[in-house]
Every structure is written in structure tokens, then in C-alpha cells.
Design a binder for this molecule. Structure first.
Ligand code: SF4
Length: 410
């Protein structure tokens, strides 16, 4: 019998799945594309919907997936995940059709957007400033696979891509991410026209991931321009390991700045809309737990992703964690976030990482919906109600920001 959906998601994320004969040639189901997104920290993968509507980006066709106990097979129009000789039905999310379309200026949309569950992730920047300096995060393949263009993607082409993704029907929200930008605002002014244009054209939520700005006023500003959720990802809590794995984050930004920025953002953005990724498997478990504590205590939502050794990175030979070793971290994550009263509904259903909402399965194997989280949040009406609250709160905030900028002549 398959493990419960949370444990299954973790196990699939770590071990991947083998492919049955009928699926090996079906390259159109793979989500690895020419321009890979460092968001997913994964190479070739298939998006699966597990029982309980749990989404997982499942690595396939990598060296480490050869020994996986899971095998994905096709039987007529059904997909089956076999484990210990028993098949169970799952759904496969085929890469959306917009990947094959082109924007008005002829850029293939699959080079602009990547869909993960309900999000379309877009990095409109030229490249990450850390990789330009040779200080990229050692788990990231941005230097070889990430954005590397002479010019940023024009706003109109981003809008074309978002429109096509929404028309496909799977994506509902936009997730803009950029790497490191060496400026006081860390790229806030660069991202602003994209945020404003998306908000002007679509009734959607926009999440942004970037590096912390040097001054907190840029955090106030990014909220005021319409960003609904923000992440400054710490990735690794242990200071020494961060220095050796993410030289740019440690030296050019500094670990304390990530936490300071997150703490400030949590006072500006609504409860549950400030998050930080932590990678499980690159530091001792005790250190990841400390990272979870540090984030939760400042009202920030920790999102855990499992380390994957990508073949074209420095860490290609780094051992992967085992499901047994890291499962307790996820139970702890859910309990701590619940105890702290942080809203788990804004950042959930990510295929490439485990959100606290999904981590409930590690705390209660029979979990369906944790207490306090009603079906309202899963409905369109619920989304609308939440957005309207967000707008009201932002209007008040914009007034404050404008007032303070007015008084300081900025
Ligand atoms: S910040 Fe790190 S993880 Fe993000 S794109 Fe740059 S090198 Fe990759």
C-alpha cells in the first residue's frame, strides 16, 4: 500500500520514480525544459497529483531515480504508481500547452514561464548576479541552465505568457523570482513594472522571491506596489555551511540580513504571506529545526524543499537525505507553524517543496484538513474574499508609505 500522501510526496521527491515502458518515450510529459527554473531545484520531472490532491514534482530519468521503489505506468488513459507490487491511481499534469506558443516578439513562452501546480513561475531578469561573480549557490544550476540573456524579458511578453498560462486553466497565481541584484533595492524597481502590469491585466495574486534589499523601506515599497506574498530565502540556517554552499548569499548579502528582512516583512505583509525556503539535507537536521524555529518565531512561514544533487552543479555527488531521517522535520514544521498561528493557506500546494499545510500528514497520518482551515480557502469565493481583504489592507499601507515618502522627500 502507498504511504500517506505527505510521506509519499517526500519519498517521491527524494527517490523519484522509474518509468514503465509505455511512458519512457512520452517526453511530452516531462517538465524539464531548455530554460530550467532554479525555483524547482530539479531537473527532468513529472508533475503528479497524489491522493488527497497533493502535488509533487517527481524526478525521473536521473541517475538517482534508477533505484527508486516507485514505478509510474500507463494503463489506457489511467496512470498508476506502483509500490511494492501494488498499483495506485495518480494523475499526471502534462506540461501546459502554452510552453509551445510564442509571445508577440517571438519568444517561446516555455522559456519565460514554468508552471508548478497553481503557480506560473517567471524570472524576467537577465541572469543571477551571484553567478556573474562566480559566487552562485552550489546546489543551483543557474550558471548553466538558468536565465542568461542580453536583455530582460519585456513586460509585454511576460503578460502574453501569463495570459496564455491562465487560458490553459491550470495556473491561477504568478510567482516572479529573480536572483541577486547588486543594488540597494535588490531588484525591487526592476520587478515593479512587471508587478504593476500583471495587476493591471489580471485579477490574481503575485508572489515575489528575491534577495533582501539593503534597506527595509524597499520591503514597504514592494508591498505597496501590489506584491501579495514575498520570500527572502535563507536556504541554509547553519552559518558555516551557508558560507561554504552559498558564498554569494553569505558574503554579498549576509545571513543576518535575510532574517532581518524577513522579520520586517512579517510586520508589513498579511499573516502567512512571508515565507522562506530551507533546504533539507544540506545541513544537520538539528540545524534545520533551529531554522524552522527562528522563522516561525518571527511570523515567517518556513517552506522545506529536499536537496537534489543536480548533475551540472558542484554538489552533484553530495549524498541525498533519506526519507526516514528527514520525516521528523516535517512533523515539527507543521506543529510549530500551527502553534504559532501562522496562516498556512497563502503558500500551499507547491509541487517542488513541502509547505506546512502539506506537512500535516507527518503529524497526523489521517489528516484531511487541519482544524481552523475550512473549505472556504479552496473555493473561488474564498480566494476572492481573501483578495479583497488584501486590497483593503494594502490601500491603508500605500497611504502610510506615500505619507512617509512625502515627508522624507523620496
Ligand atoms: S540566488 Fe542562488 S539559487 Fe537563486 S538563482 Fe542565484 S545562484 Fe541560483
Amino acid at each position: 500500500m502507498l504511504p500517506n500522501p505527505g510521506i509519499l510526496k517526500l519519498d517521491l521527491a527524494i527517490r523519484g520514480a522509474g518509468l514503465g515502458d509505455s511512458l519512457r518515450a512520452r517526453h511530452e510529459l516531462l517538465h524539464g525544459r531548455a530554460l530550467r527554473s532554479p525555483v524547482a531545484k530539479s531537473a527532468k520531472s513529472i508533475e503528479l497529483v497524489l491522493p488527497g490532491d497533493v502535488l509533487v514534482s517527481t524526478p525521473v530519468g536521473e541517475s538517482f531515480t534508477n533505484d527508486s521503489p516507485y514505478k509510474l505506468m500507463q494503463d489506457a488513459d489511467r496512470f498508476l504508481l506502483e509500490y511494492e507490487g501494488e498499483p495506485a491511481e495518480v494523475r499526471v499534469v502534462a506540461p501546459p500547452s502554452y510552453y509551445a506558443k510564442k509571445t508577440r516578439s517571438g519568444i517561446p513562452m516555455g522559456r519565460i514561464g514554468s508552471s508548478y501546480g497553481p503557480y506560473i513561475a517567471i524570472n524576467p531578469a537577465k541572469r543571477c548576479g551571484f553567478s556573474e561573480r562566480g559566487t552562485q549557490c552550489r546546489f543551483c544550476d543557474a550558471a548553466t541552465q538558468g536565465a542568461d540573456r542580453d536583455e530582460p524579458i519585456p513586460v509585454e511578453d511576460v503578460i502574453d505568457t501569463v495570459r496564455a498560462a491562465f487560458a490553459d486553466g491550470n495556473s491561477e497565481f504568478v510567482y516572479l523570482h529573480i536572483g541577486y541584484v547588486d543594488s540597494d533595492d535588490a531588484g525591487v524597481e526592476f520587478i515593479e513594472p512587471y508587478v504593476r502590469a500583471i495587476k493591471r491585466h489580471f485579477d490574481t495574486l503575485v508572489a515575489v522571491q528575491l534577495q533582501p534589499p539593503r534597506e527595509n523601506r524597499w520591503i514597504d515599497y514592494i508591498y505597496a506596489i501590489g506584491v501579495d506574498a514575498i520570500s527572502y530565502s535563507v536556504e541554509i540556517h547553519d552559518e558555516k555551511i551557508l558560507e561554504s554552499v552559498c558564498v554569494g548569499r553569505a558574503k554579498q548579502v549576509g545571513r543576518p540580513r535575510y532574517y532581518d528582512a524577513l522579520r520586517h516583512a512579517a510586520t508589513i505583509f498579511p499573516n502567512g504571506t512571508v515565507w522562506s525556503d530551507l533546504i533539507v539535507g544540506l545541513e544537520p537536521i538539528e540545524s534545520t529545526l533551529e531554522g524552522v524555529d527562528t522563522l516561525v518565531e518571527m511570523g515567517v512561514l518556513p517552506v522545506l524543499s529536499v536537496f537534489r544533487p543536480l548533475s551540472d552543479t558542484d554538489l552533484r555527488d553530495h549524498p541525498m537525505p533519506t526519507t526516514q531521517d528527514v520525516a521528523p522535520v516535517f512533523a515539527y514544521l507543521f506543529e510549530r507553524v500551527k502553534e504559532a498561528g501562522i496562516n498556512m493557506n497563502w503558500v500551499r500546494d507547491l509541487s517542488f517543496a513541502m509547505t506546512p499545510f502539506e506537512a500535516r500528514y507527518f503529524s497526523d497520518p489521517n489528516a484531511i484538513v487541519p482544524s481552523g482551515l475550512g473549505p472556504l480557502y479552496r473555493s473561488k469565493l474564498g480566494n476572492l474574499a481573501v483578495r479583497n481583504l488584501s486590497r483593503l489592507r494594502r490601500r491603508l499601507r500605500v497611504r502610510q508609505v506615500n505619507d512617509s515618502y512625502g515627508s522624507s522627500n523620496l
